[in-house]
Write a protein that binds this ligand. Structure first.
Ligand SMILES: Nc1ncnc2c1ncn2[C@@H]1O[C@H](COP(=O)(O)OP(=O)(O)OP(=O)(O)O)[C@@H](O)[C@H]1O
Length: 641
């Protein structure tokens, strides 16, 4: 039997127990050595000067007759304390910069560029540069090593923060109107603390080496004070006469550096085995794209709780490329109404509802003729309206595991908005939270209240997320594929629960799904989205019975539980939807549409009435009564062009 060398090999390490014992020994020496050997380290005895290694002086003596073993042991305190201080300085500066750049994209670019520049230099080289800048001595060297470490801390914090801010629970916090400081304190710091502490532990080892290096070069600790670097520098001049003078501090530096590094790495390994952090976020900026023609599209007008007209969401990539995942979305939702949004993956459902929930971040930009929720103009948010939205609008995300902060108890998720924002006394918020948990059919609410998300099943977590929305005064609940990540048996329960919550609270619901069968179970009305457009909108029964848009017809035929006959194979959706970067003059569905003609390719059909409360954007709708008039409109449109 042979093994493949290299790939699976790990570099040799001290066993975990050995590195821990070594570290504890150094910590013990740091505390006790000056008390035990302090006198021997300081007492000068000229007759004993410059002695070599012997039974009485194991490492020999210095030129004043001081015992070098005692001095090496006593120097543990100064060496370790200075290393810890330098790591703290580097940590505080680096973490602050990393957080700042992680939460603010604009600052992030500048700070990122500076970090990239500094991180290209070896830390010791930077430390020497800063030592000259800050001045020679203990304080200067601590600041210098701290400053040299700061870019590393900033980089790891920036990366971890970017990952943490992309979590759904951070989005959920923003929906609740929380500011950046709250998000940092509540969601980012607890989630980045562990890796940052591990990184710091490893860096104490590196700090010992760097500070010893500075002292060795004469830039660090100055006589009569001493650390291992200083002792090494003095000992080196006599290395051929008495090797112990240099050997003692050299071994101490190596072992202490190794102990901190190994313990840090072992901790990181064991934690890394338990969990991994991942996620992505894009970078972009605002761009100019033609706005859809404003019109007087007949939504429910002033009575609607939510009114959306000609909504667009745009992203500009770093290279200036503009993408428009939401090209033109218009609809309204009355109070208490449940509106479903369906469409293939990538049709813009989530981005459109993110715009309503105020979750589109720079460099994304939102445009609309109207974007109104109750009395709140969502295009012109203020502090006051943010607070109001936090109470009245909530979002239930696809993955409840992502939506709940693993560092917080379930109870904290529930009561925090009420206690922090509405200044509700904790006992009353707790009572309401227990009621909310019971209201979403969670058994033993008292126990669940004290648990963390990892102790709950997927369905239970989603129930908690719905319970959180009940803690405010919900007027709009946005459910973004809330059942997709769940077990099939649980999906139905959650669907029913969302419908019950709507009935009980009178809240409107925007229910997003790629599955038209799921949506039709609980929705009064359905919007069909395609390539960033609403292509059809109708009351559920009407849409199912008589779809007007060929795309809706295909979606229904591809749905396993709807109108398709059980004895016939399901239709599959051939072809691909144009991406958000594509710009077409006509209908975006034309190249997949069996009814498309030259008009469809050259001229975009408006979203117009095809029946009562039924709109579709198609030149050749399937609904018979409007077919003739739509053909005439198409001819007019082509003539006008
Ligand atoms: N931050 C972003 N920057 C650039 N493009 C984005 C961003 N977020 C989403 N998109 C793009 O917008 C398009 C629509 O995405 P969206 O998530 O709204 O689709 P969806 O209809 O909800 O699909 P799914 O069911 O898969 O979630 C996709 O092409 C996606 O890549």
């Amino acid at each position: 039997m042979s093994t493949i060398p290299g790939r699976n090999r790990r570099r040799p390490r001290l066993p975990g127990g050995a590195s821990a014992i070594l570290l504890l020994t150094f910590i013990f020496l740091c505390i006790a050595a000056p008390l035990i050997w302090g006198r021997a380290a300081e007492s000068t005895m000229v007759v004993d000067a410059n002695q070599s290694m012997s039974g009485r002086h194991l490492l020999g003596t210095d030129d004043l007759g001081r015992d070098l073993l005692a001095r090496t042991l006593v120097a543990t305190r100064s060496s370790l304390v200075l290393a810890v201080l330098a790591t703290l300085v580097g940590g505080v500066i680096g973490i602050a910069l990393g957080l700042l750049s992680g939460v603010s994209r604009r600052l992030g670019r500048v700070i990122g560029a500076v970090i990239n520049l500094l991180i290209a230099f070896p830390a010791l080289l930077l430390a020497i540069f800063f030592a000259v800048l800050f001045g020679i001595g203990s304080v200067g060297s601590v600041l210098a090593v701290g400053a040299a470490f700061a870019p590393g801390f900033a980089r790891i914090t920036q990366t971890l923060t970017a990952s943490a801010v992309s979590r759904d629970y951070v989005d959920a916090s923003r929906v609740l109107g929380r500011g950046p400081f709250f998000v940092v304190r509540r969601h980012i710091l607890p989630n980045i603390a562990e890796p940052v502490i591990l990184y710091s532990t490893i860096h104490i080892g590196t700090a010992i080496l760097s500070l010893s290096g500075l002292s060795f070069l004469g830039l660090g600790v100055q006589p009569p004070a001493y650390d291992w670097g200083r002792l090494l520098s003095d000992g080196l001049t006599r290395v051929y006469i008495s090797p112990g003078a240099a050997l003692g501090p050299a071994v101490a530096i190596v072992l202490a550096g190794l102990a901190f590094n190994m313990v840090g790495e072992r901790l990181a390994d064991s934690i890394g085995g338990r969990k991994a952090v991942s996620r992505r976020r894009t970078q972009a900026a605002l761009a100019a794209v033609p706005t859809p023609e404003p019109d007087a599209i007949s939504t429910s007008g002033g009575d609607a709780l939510l009114e959306v007209r000609h909504l667009q969401v745009l992203y500009t990539a770093a290279d200036g490329t503009v993408t428009t995942p939401v090209r033109d979305v218009s609809f309204s939702a009355a109070a208490g109404e449940t509106v479903g949004i369906v469409g293939e993956s990538g049709s813009g459902k989530s981005v459109a509802t993110s715009a309503i929930a105020q979750l589109v971040e720079a460099p994304g930009s939102v445009r609309a003729q109207t974007l109104r929720f109750g009395d709140v103009d969502l295009l012109r948010p203020t502090r006051q309206t943010d607070g109001e939205l936090g109470r009245t609008m909530s979002v239930v995300f696809q993955d409840p595991g992502e939506a709940l902060n693993p560092a917080l108890k379930i109870g904290t998720h529930l009561i925090e908005p009420a206690v922090t924002h509405l200044h509700e006394p904790k006992p009353s918020a707790r009572r309401r939270a227990l009621e909310a948990l019971a209201g979403v059919a969670i058994s033993d609410p008292e126990r669940r209240y004290r648990q963390h998300q990892h102790e709950l099943s997927g369905g239970m977590k989603q129930r908690v997320c719905i319970a959180i929305s009940l803690m405010g005064e919900p007027k709009l609940l946005i459910a973004d594929e809330p059942t997709t990540a769940l077990d099939v048996t649980v999906q139905r329960q959650i669907l029913r629960l969302i419908a019950q919550v709507g009935d009980r609270t009178g809240a409107s619901i925007l229910f997003i799904s790629h599955d038209i069968a799921v949506v039709s179970e609980i929705c009064d009305r359905i919007l069909v989205m395609y390539a960033g457009f609403v292509v059809e909108e109708a009351p559920t029964a009407q849409l199912l019975a008589a779809p007007a848009h060929p795309y809706t017809q295909l979606l229904l035929a591809a749905s396993p539980t709807m109108t398709a006959r059980k004895d016939l194979p399901l239709t599959s959706l051939e072809g691909r939807m144009p991406g958000p970067g594509v710009d077409l003059p006509g209908c975006y569905f034309a190249d997949r549409c069996p009814r498309a003609d030259a008009t469809c390719v050259s001229t975009r059909p408006p979203l117009a009435e095809v029946g009562v409360g039924h709109r579709a954007s198609c030149w050749h709708p399937l609904t018979g009564s409007v077919q003739g008039s739509r053909q005439a409109e198409a001819a007019d449109a082509v003539g006008a062009a």
